[in-house]
Design a protein around this ligand. Structure first.
Ligand code: CU
Length: 198
């Protein structure tokens, strides 16, 4: 489903900005379908049940991995400082995949917002709009920039107003049920906006 968000925020977030997001279509093969030996129906049934359980998303099932040692680096993370009474903000970072296979980011969370979504920015009929992304793939040995005017983390329902000096945690959830987090500082997004000088 496509969600549009037309925001006042957009004016400051949506400056045309060159982004270099490497998208990967390199899906890896799913093992395990090759076996043709007859199986005991009871065993098969219990395996089916296990697979169904595995398929149910659960927060508890996330495995926390650390930047660097996990083969994924998160660099230069920051959150946009906001004026008072703004309900939302945005988060940015560079995601570097040093693994031998692609990764897919399918969710996000933060220490500051009720909900954190993956968004992209598109121009539609001359207007810049933000659209929620189902996921974001980063090919092996590639990097993806979450940057103003392009893909970003949308921080919805701020628990407090982010101001420079704050220390915020941004986390990404991978399709492999891994979660990777980084510290983000808070910056005024002056380089892409003409509305930040107050
Ligand atoms: Cu957004």
């Amino acid at each position: 489903m496509i969600k549009w968000c037309l925001l006042a925020l957009c004016a400051s977030l949506c400056a045309p900005w060159l982004l270099a997001v490497e998208r990967s279509g390199s899906a890896s093969a799913i093992p395990g379908a090759a076996g043709t030996a007859p199986v005991d129906p009871l065993v098969a049934a219990s395996e089916d049940t296990a697979q169904v359980k595995d398929a149910v998303p659960s927060k508890n099932a996330l495995t926390r991995i650390e930047p660097g040692v996990s083969g994924i680096d998160l660099e230069d993370a920051w959150v946009r400082a906001m004026p008072p009474f703004q309900p939302n903000s945005a988060g940015y970072m560079t995601i570097i995949n040093r693994r031998d296979s692609a990764i897919a980011i399918v969710g996000a969370s933060s220490s500051i917002a009720r909900k954190t979504e993956l968004h992209t920015t598109r121009e539609v009929d001359g207007l810049l709009r933000m659209e929620q992304l189902e996921g974001l793939a980063v090919a092996s040995r590639e990097r993806a920039e979450l940057a103003p005017g392009g893909n970003h983390l949308m921080l919805l329902g701020l628990a407090f107003r982010p101001v420079p000096g704050d220390d915020i945690i941004l986390c990404l959830e991978l399709i492999s049920r891994e979660e990777i987090c980084t510290r983000a500082d808070v910056r005024k997004g002056g380089k892409v906006s003409s509305h930040d000088h107050h």
